[in-house]
Design a protein around this ligand. Structure first.
Ligand code: GLU
Length: 500
């Protein structure tokens, strides 16, 4: 076994990567990087019936988008390739035959119909049919048939599978880094199919052989694979190979209620369950989440740092991560909290980068503005934003004059003497040459003081005419940005629009 930590993410390309699969990839990545090891992507595509075009590309793109690229995998050949099982298919049969040779596996010729018959027959008697030592000698296989009979069937090209011969009456003691010791009675195990006569291995055989050949030291995967652990351990033992260490990650649970998070939960709750869009399902990327956000919230689904810290960069995660702080129990998915994470990450982004993203949205609205201007706008409004797509609602008045005024605010703020006061504000603004926020503020406030007006009489309607509403950052900052001429024009517009 390798001295270097080597872990793998081994998805089957049967569709888009679910957010839970991405978490498995992330935990593998974090563990590998923490231990200065290798993170391998292996595509488990032996089941051609479930193969979906584009899924592999999707997986790779999702990993890259999150900033957790693999060190070895399809297109990044290391010393252990190829990394697609379909390209390795010729090597599995010998391993299956080796197990037959060792008396650990056997040929089975039972047809699907016969197996179905046995299943139903057992059911009728209130029993469950398990293909193992209970009844394997009554079935059609190389343990029940003579050597000669088996040879005839094989020579005739009869369809077969190779099954693992699971042991009788043993107690297996398995080890999982997260769950500790797990005891399994081998009598509950069935003789799983390892290989089929179409030349393809099943998941179990291919997975074990490849983990061995690729010198995988730690298998970190979802809890749904825990029931396979006994078989996998038995397979390692049967080959005489040292097994990797195992860690089964907790399930990701629905936001409310029981059960694991599903695609339907996302559809119902209006949140993505895929990292990137796939057909009509919107992904986290397209919904405006930053990769940092997704990495951050995924890391905390089932792992905790043991401190109150919630915001982690990838670097910080690598430092803090350890399997000993992964929980056994399911981790509840919290879409609201994910939005909060995005808000937190948005605040940490620099204004120029955010402006570049905002400019793309502005141009789709045919709004023209310089990068410098948009950057300043972003710096004023980003505090309240969770997504770049919030910027427009928060700051549309930086790009267009109000065409309407919040009715409630008008009722409350627009008094009889307001037009006159606003008219005076126009004259004050006209006299200002250094049109900067603090200078405008000083001059306007001085004037309010000298006139013995209350702030409440001036500032709220002033904001209303500039913004069209009572929202927005410091009013004088807005004035500086939109400029003297525009500010004055807006006040004049409002005076005539609100005259009744
Ligand atoms: N191909 C399996 C999957 O789709 C891999 C399970 C494992 O990591 O062993 O999840």
């Amino acid at each position: 076994m390798s001295d270097t930590v080597r872990v793998r993410f081994a998805p089957s390309p049967t569709g888009p990567l679910h957010i839970g699969g991405l978490r498995t990839a992330l935990f593998n990545y974090l563990f590998a990087k923490k231990h200065k090891g290798d993170f391998i992507l292996r595509i488990e595509d032996t089941d051609q019936n479930r193969y979906v075009d584009g899924a592999e590309q999707y997986i790779i793109e999702a990993l890259n988008w999150c900033g957790i690229p693999f060190d070895e995998g399809p297109g990044k050949e290391g010393n252990f390739g190829p990394y697609r099982q379909s390209e390795r298919k010729n090597l599995y049969k010998d391993y299956a035959l080796e197990l037959i040779e060792k008396g650990k596996a056997y040929y089975a010729f039972d047809t699907a119909e016969r197996l179905d018959f046995h299943r139903k027959d057992h059911e009728a008697k209130g029993k469950t049919f398990i293909y193992n030592w209970h009844n394997r000698l009554k079935l059609s296989n190389s343990l029940s048939l003579t050597h000669e009979e088996v040879k005839i069937k094989l020579d005739a090209g009869e369809e077969y599978v190779i099954r693992f011969k699971s042991p009788q009456d043993q107690e297996l003691v398995l080890n999982d880094i997260i769950r500790g010791e797990i005891k399994i009675d081998t009598n509950v195990l069935d003789d799983k199919v390892l290989f089929k006569s179409d030349g393809m291995p099943t998941y179990h055989l291919a997975n074990i052989v490849d983990d061995h050949l690729m010198q995988i030291t730690h298998v970190i995967r979802g809890e749904e694979w825990l029931p396979s652990l006994a078989l996998h351990q038995l397979l390692y033992d049967a080959f005489g190979w040292q097994a990797p260490q195992f860690a089964h990650l907790p399930l990701i649970m629905k936001p409310v209620g029981k059960g694991k998070l599903s695609k339907r939960d996302g559809e119902k709750g209006g949140f993505p369950v895929f990292p990137l869009s796939w057909n009509e399902s919107e992904g986290y990327r397209e919904a405006g989440f930053f990769p940092e956000t997704v990495v951050n919230f995924l890391a905390l689904l089932g792992w905790n740092p043991g401190t109150e810290q919630e915001i982690f960069s990838l670097e910080e995660l690598i430092n803090a991560f350890g399997l000993e702080r992964v929980n056994k129990s399911g981790a509840r998915f919290d879409p609201e909290k994910n939005n909060w994470y995005n808000q937190q990450w948005l605040q940490r982004k620099n204004d120029v980068a955010l402006a570049e993203l905002f400019i793309q949205q502005l141009s789709s609205k045919s709004v023209d503005a310089t990068k410098d201007y948009v950057t300043k706008v972003v710096s004023l409004i980003k505090e309240r934003a969770s997504f770049v797509s919030d910027f427009w609602d928060l700051g549309n008045y930086f790009f267009e004059s109000p065409t309407s005024y919040n009715e409630k605010a008008v009722k409350k703020q627009w008094k009889e003497d307001t037009p006159e006061i606003m008219g005076e504000v126009v004259s004050i603004l006209e006299g200002i040459t250094d049109f900067t926020s603090s200078n405008i503020e000083t001059i306007v406030k001085d004037w309010i003081g000298k006139k013995e007006l209350s702030f409440g009489k001036v500032m709220p309607p002033f904001r209303l005419v500039i913004v069209g509403d009572m929202k927005g950052p410091h009013l004088f900052d807005i004035l500086e940005l939109i400029g003297k001429e525009e500010s004055i024009q807006r006040i004049k517009n409002a005076i005539s629009a609100l005259a009744n």
